[in-house]
Design a protein. Structure first.
Lengths: 536, 404
């Protein structure tokens, strides 16, 4: 692999890589606002300027400048090296690049940062980006000086509603055009652009349009400052109180990697952020997926239900025992759930096919929905592939309804509340459901045992490509809920069987080892301190 | 009623020789702070003593690992709470050593003057309380009156009488008030007068002297072996004062003597403390003479020092600086440091480890009291029960600092 030198350190690169990308791949950050690894480079923020030394024997590229002589107070002509944007400059074999070690580069960063802050409002205390803002980070890293301008800053529109999800603040904007490029390049909907020039520059939505579609949240995500905020997260939390868990989005079968940000003080999830994964979602997530963090709290089954009424867990298990006593195994069916993790489904399969000895295995899940060619998959379940892996040839739910109508099946143990079809026909059977969320199946259930959501216990999910991905625990369990595999173990005991699984570790061993992709936990934000008490 | 001992033979009248166990403390009016001494008494003679500390343990060192470096200041206030300013200055110096910072000269003189005021207050409290516990209430009231003058100055400067939280990394919370020098000069005059009056009353009192002289004696070599520092060590004749031996701030530029004792008994410890009050006065007077009236108090490093409030409210640069320093804390360079100063009771050391973030990785304190209290048993074993009170009083054990 060819290499170049950055501050004397050899950096390997693939032909075509820019200097900043080659460094980024090695975890070395050259400061930047406009560059994003998933977007094209416009080289307009000028923060990533580096000094490229001339080849031996060649004349350096220089600029004629006027320099203030502090002794005489006169300006004199001088020369300085012409700096190059590292986001646009292709790396070349043997190139020698100076970044942190060049005085000219440091000066340039300082001055670029000073310009960017020139008209910036004093908004940190009310800005949602505060705590994860590049302007804050780079002030400390590269500027560290006070304001010199005495004039009134230029004022621009604030609180401009761009669409159903996004609000824009022109004064905070640094005109990096990441949002413009994201909409054009990734979302393929070039609805944003900029108008005016210089310090009157601002981002606008195309006339007659608003910023909508399925990827509007990503414009906020790519915004390096607080110019774009989502209506969903605006003024809801301060990011330094949030902790993060590496989660897998439950919105569809794509299985986008995400950071689930939550406040441990209130045991509440506040938002998703995409977690970079080149193999799955690259840097992005869709709007629908970004909002599924709410399902950690919404539509949950917090307590055990018997005939639709809240009951203690023990009473619910007693009821299940009463319903199932003396039932021949041929009359019992189990329903695996594409909404639950591999571990949960494994436990139900073990209970149904091994302990009980039933041969009727069915599968439930949410109905199909919108799809596109970017990220969104038609299948709205995170673990359909996993269920198929666990039970090849698993039958669809309508077949169960038919079996029940024909009275061949009289008793059902199901995982998950979701169902894509009308399940009213199951009312004639005795149904026990272990579910995190309410749904058609919990409606027809005689007994519901509350399970934790994906946010409340670790789990493995196989996405549409069959990639098994692990999602971390973030929140503490709601109400009486326990992980579904633990509820199923309790159910097995209640039904008079000896469950062969007692811990997540045992299940994972028998599932055939760990997930293909284990999340590497990252701090919630660059500046996450220990203020609110760590989750770990 | 018939006398109970009427049938006893003469030989059987001896008192039982079994030792008596007595708990002194942890909450006893004559104990400084909450400490417990389990005594084995033969009559009134102490056969064996077991000093048990830890009743004021609050997990100070662990608490420091939660917040930012600057948020440690309120905790160090509560170490030796009789001279919080010395703890503040000591901690600030330790962090500055790790950061490689030097505060402006004006701040150094200011820190010395404030620190020595705290030392005066520390010694006044210790000696006054010790006299009171022996029944001499009047000198105690005079000494507390003098201490009140010190606290008035500190209140004027810091806004708080006891827990000032006045130190900052790279400076102080605010510059000296215009009245500072005048207040110091006026108060020191009166403080010394009060000390002298108290001294006259005590040191001509036979009972007081008898209770102190040749009580709680320790040899210099033993004190060194125990790790003693400060007035208690100097009372044994060992002239070791960190301000002289390893000068920090501007202590090498001022004239002062190190009072030492000869015998290492309780009286020596009492006298050394009174001597140090006079020396502190000399240091304070020289410091305020040489402290400039104008000029910066905080060093000019935006990475650790907070910006002006007026700038924070009006410019984004200062807002960011403030935000970064408050929310994330000053980033102290990765490394470790041991920094030590002369506290009220001796060597007050801070061992700090930084992992390069805004939060301390480890804060370890070396409180002078800890070693000194460790030697208490040796001073009182074989003595009478009543000797504990002046001996223990003269060691000036401070629970907040000892039970770090």
């Amino acid at each position: 692999m060819p290499t170049f030198k950055l501050d004397g350190k050899p950096i390997p690169f693939e032909p075509g890589d820019t200097i900043i990308r080659a460094a980024w791949k090695l975890g070395i950050e050259i400061p930047h606002y406009c560059w994003h690894p998933g977007l094209t480079a416009p080289a307009n923020c000028r923060m990533c300027l580096v000094e490229i030394l001339p080849k031996p024997g060649q004349r350096p590229l220089t600029l004629d400048i006027l320099e203030l002589d502090t002794k005489t107070g006169e300006y004199r002509t001088a020369q300085k090296p012409k700096l190059q944007p590292s986001c646009y400059m292709a790396a070349a074999e043997g190139m020698e690049v100076l970044s942190d070690t060049s005085e000219h580069v440091k000066r340039a960063r300082h001055d670029v940062q000073e310009f960017l802050l020139l008209n910036h409002p004093v908004d940190c205390p009310i800005c949602d980006q505060s705590g994860e803002c590049k302007l804050q980070d780079y002030w400390l890293d590269h500027m560290q000086t006070k304001k010199r301008m005495r004039d009134e800053p230029v004022h621009k529109p604030k609180g401009v509603v761009f669409g159903p999800t996004i609000v824009y603040d022109g004064e905070r904007c640094v005109m990096c055009t990441r949002c413009v490029r994201f909409m054009a390049e990734v979302a393929k909907d070039p609805v944003l652009d900029m108008r005016e020039r210089g310090n009157l520059n601002e981002i606008v939505v195309s006339p007659g349009r608003q910023l909508d579609g399925h990827y509007t949240f990503m414009t906020e995500h790519v915004c390096p400052v607080g110019a774009l905020t989502t209506k969903d997260f605006r003024f809801k939390a301060r990011v330094w109180f949030l902790r993060t868990a590496a989660a897998v989005c439950q919105g569809c079968a794509t299985g986008c990697n995400a950071h689930l940000d939550y406040d441990p003080r209130y045991n509440k999830a506040y938002r998703y952020r995409p977690r970079d994964n080149e193999k799955v979602n690259k840097f992005w997530m869709c709007d629908e997926g970004m909002l599924t963090y709410k399902e950690a709290h919404d539509g949950r089954v917090p307590e055990a239900l018997v005939g639709g009424k809240e009951k203690p867990l023990g009473a619910a298990l007693d009821q299940a025992r009463a319903l199932f006593s003396g039932v021949p195994k041929e009359s019992i069916a189990i329903v695996l759930s594409a909404q639950h993790s591999l571990e949960d489904n494994w436990a139900l399969r073990e209970l149904g096919t091994v302990l009980i000895g039933s041969k009727s295995v069915f599968k439930s899940g949410k109905p199909d929905g919108y799809e596109d060619t970017i990220l969104i998959h038609r299948d709205k379940n995170p673990n359909s592939k996993g269920v198929e892996q666990l039970a090849p040839g698993v039958k669809a739910l309508p077949l169960l309804v038919d079996e029940v109508k024909a009275s061949r099946i009289t008793h059902v143990i199901a995982l998950g509340g979701a169902a894509a079809v009308d399940v009213d026909g199951l009312r004639s059977a005795k149904v026990v459901v272990v579910a995190a969320h309410a749904g058609p199946l919990t409606q027809v259930a005689n007994v519901v045992l509350p399970a934790t959501s994906w946010a409340e216990h670790a789990g493995t999910y196989a996405n549409v490509k069959g990639l098994r991905q692990e999602s971390e625990k973030a929140l503490e369990p709601l109400g009486a809920s326990r992980p579904a595999w633990a509820q199923l173990a309790a159910l097995a005991t209640a039904l008079g069987y000896e469950p062969s699984w007692k811990s997540m570790k045992q299940i994972r061993t028998r599932l055939g080892g760990a997930a293909d992709a284990r999340p590497a936990s990252l701090p919630a934000t660059a500046g996450a301190g220990q203020l609110g008490g760590g989750a770990e | 009623m018939e006398a109970l001992d009427v049938d006893l033979e003469d030989g059987e009248l001896e008192l039982p020789a079994e030792p008596m166990h007595l708990n002194l403390g942890p909450s006893h009016p004559a104990m400084h702070g909450t400490v417990r001494i389990v005594l084995e008494l033969s009559g009134e003679t102490i056969v064996k003593s077991d000093v048990q500390i830890g009743y004021l343990h609050r997990g100070f060192e662990k608490m420091c690992e939660r917040g930012t470096w600057a948020q440690v200041f309120p905790y160090v206030d509560r170490l030796n709470y009789v001279s919080p300013m010395l703890n503040n200055v000591g901690y600030a110096l330790a962090v500055e050593k790790l950061c490689g910072l030097a505060v402006p000269e004006r701040c150094q003189w200011y820190r010395m003057a404030l620190g020595e005021l705290a030392r005066v207050s520390d010694h006044l409290t210790c000696t006054g309380a010790m006299a009171m516990e022996l029944g001499a209430f009047t000198p105690f009231l005079w000494f507390v009156k003098a201490r009140e003058m010190v606290w008035d100055i500190l209140e004027e400067e810091t806004g708080a009488r006891l827990t000032h939280s006045f130190g900052r990394i790279g400076g102080m919370a605010s510059p000296p008030t215009p009245d500072f020098k005048g207040l110091c000069r006026a108060a020191l005059e009166k403080i010394i007068q009060l000390v002298e009056e108290g001294e006259k009353m005590l040191l001509k009192n036979r009972i007081f002297l008898d209770r102190l002289e040749d009580v709680g004696v320790i040899r210099g070599a033993d004190a060194v072996a125990l790790g003693w520092t400060g007035p208690c060590l100097r009372a044994t004749g060992v002239s070791y004062d960190i301000r002289k031996a390893h000068p920090y701030l501007k202590y090498d530029e001022v004239d002062f003597d190190v009072p030492v004792g000869t015998k290492g008994d309780t009286l020596d410890r009492f006298l050394v403390r009174l001597g140090e009050i006079r020396q502190s006065r000399r240091i304070i007077e020289q410091s305020i003479d040489r402290m400039a009236d104008e000029g910066p108090v905080n060093c000019d490093d935006p990475r650790v020092v907070l910006p002006e409030k007026s700038d924070v409210y009006t410019t984004i640069e200062a807002t960011i600086q403030h935000f970064k320093l408050i929310m994330e804390g000053a980033k102290v360079p990765k490394g470790e440091v041991y920094s030590y100063t002369e506290g009220g009771n001796g060597e007050l050391g801070y061992y700090l480890v930084s992992d390069g973030t805004g939060t301390p990785y480890r804060v370890r304190i070396r409180p002078p009291c800890f070693q000194i209290t460790g030697g208490l048993s040796r001073l009182i074993d074989g003595r009478m029960l009543s000797d504990i009170v002046p001996t223990f009083g003269s060691l000036n054990m401070i629970g907040g600092e000892c039970d770090h």
